[in-house]
Design a protein around this ligand. Structure first.
Ligand SMILES: [Zn+2]
Length: 187
């Protein structure tokens, strides 16, 4: 191939054009792929909530197409940092982009009151992905948070929450994560 290409260059464009056509035939254009944004999370400070964090990431990975949340490699600077502490859960409002970083504080105060672990994780990741709280709201809404009730075990985003995240990561959105921290204290 290299030799033919060189000959083509020497001989002029007449030979180059057939070579181009041959190449195009040999490698037909694939259908446009949907390129998801991949975000990483760091659970090294998530203490006893590592499994809930993994389950929360899986909730989003099974509900939306345009963004994926995967565990960071050890030492890698992650996009979503999860920190267990003794306050109420809270999180930086995204949408976080690759190269950016937001924090989720996995507050034990909500856990001690009986709120569902994976719902907490998925809710706070919703903030990372740019969703604000929708309070008060029903259990069927992930972003209703604590107002969905302490007995609420629904972990999935509803249709409008899913579509908003899809828009946030549709590829044309430029909105960046903010310095705003949303607190999920229940009273
Ligand atoms: Zn919230």
């Amino acid at each position: 191939m290299l030799r033919r290409t060189l000959i083509g260059v020497v001989a002029g464009t007449a030979l180059v054009l057939p070579l181009t056509a041959t190449t195009a035939t040999a490698a037909p254009a694939a259908a446009p792929a949907v390129l998801a944004t991949t975000l990483t999370y760091d659970d090294s400070q998530a203490a006893e909530f590592k499994q809930a964090v993994a389950d929360g990431a899986n909730v989003w990975n099974t509900n939306v197409q345009n963004v994926r949340i995967v565990k960071a490699q050890p030492g890698q600077r992650a996009n979503i940092r999860i920190v267990a502490d003794n306050g109420w859960p809270r999180a930086t409002l995204g949408p976080v982009r690759p190269g950016g970083q937001v924090t989720i504080w996995f507050g034990r105060q909500a856990v001690q009151q009986g709120y569902h672990l994976v719902r907490i994780a998925a809710h706070e990741m919703g903030h990372s992905l740019g969703l604000p709280d929708v309070k008060p709201g029903p259990c069927s809404s992930l972003m209703s948070g604590s107002t969905g009730g302490v007995s609420c075990t629904s972990v999935n985003p509803n249709a409008s929450e899913k579509s908003r995240v899809e828009r946030n990561y549709a590829g044309t959105a430029q909105q960046q994560s903010s310095d705003v921290v949303l607190s999920d204290a229940a009273f």
